[in-house]
Design a protein around this ligand. Structure first.
Ligand SMILES: [Zn+2]
Length: 198
């Protein structure tokens, strides 16, 4: 799943890229198109994509302060995952979500790709319909997608847990979500972030 050199340059040349979260959409043929609608605290509300778009891209900058949350993270947040699942139901053309880890110099350290295969998109739609009608706890526990979704809902409401995010990604990957961590030259993926190779 390539991100072209020119797209990488475009990202790195964006003003304040080292400090602020940024977002873009991309069609198969087209260039990156800025998708920041508005800024709310440390996150952004993304513009709705065009019909031809297939990829949503946003950055995770390396924050200054040393809280658990602000570490250099390659993992999608619970909000990222839930937004992606929701979008898949409304706009199945957006089948790829890319998180760009940006280091403190504003350079790309690596990419995290979430790509939904067709079977995964179908499942997301089915589960959304089901959820909106009625679903017992047992039914939820019996299906892998439901388990993963419950985990990530929990993280969203009860606070960050990397273990649960990992577990949910592992479950989602069994039912058609491809997840790849792609470090840039000079970096490697380690646990939850891209680190410079010593
Ligand atoms: Zn994010």
């Amino acid at each position: 799943m390539p991100i072209s050199i020119s797209a990488k340059q475009r990202i790195e040349q964006t003003p304040r890229i080292a400090k602020l979260e940024m977002a873009w959409c991309k069609s198969k043929a087209g260039e990156l198109r800025p998708a920041d609608e508005e800024r709310y605290h440390n996150t952004i509300i993304q513009k709705k994509p065009f019909a031809a778009d297939y990829m949503e891209i946003h950055t995770h900058p390396k924050a200054d302060h040393k809280t658990e949350d602000s570490k250099f993270r390659a993992l999608p947040s619970a909000r990222d995952i839930l937004y992606f699942l929701d979008e898949l139901c409304e706009r199945p053309n957006i089948s790829t979500c890319v998180i760009v880890s940006v280091n403190s110099n504003g350079e790309v350290a690596g990419y995290t790709f979430l790509r939904a295969k067709d079977e995964f998109i179908e499942r997301a739609k089915q589960m959304k319909m089901k959820h909106e009608s009625y679903e017992t706890q047992i039914e939820k526990e019996e299906n892998i997608y439901g388990q993963a979704k419950s985990l990530i809902d929990g993280v969203m409401w009860y606070g960050r847990s990397k273990t649960k995010v990992y577990k949910s990604l592992e479950l989602f990957s069994r039912v058609g979500l491809q997840i790849r961590f792609v470090p840039m030259p000079g970096y490697k993926f380690e646990k939850d972030r891209f680190v410079e190779v010593a």
